[in-house]
Design a protein around this ligand. Sequence first.
Ligand SMILES: [Zn+2]
Length: 59
Amino acid sequence: MSTQVRSCHKCFQLMWLTADQYELLDEGTIRAKCPHCGALVRFKLVTEGPNATGPKMGH
Ligand SMILES: [Zn+2]
């Protein structure tokens, strides 16, 4: 899993999340705590495009 760059739903600032800063809820969803406002936010993982180079496990 690589670094995810997302904007917070609450404060709209960009979050740079390294692998140890977010939690994988399931194979398509991650959860992270915003370093700016402290909100717990969930994101869909991008499964297409240049970031989708990781191997699929278990399928
Ligand atoms: Zn925030």
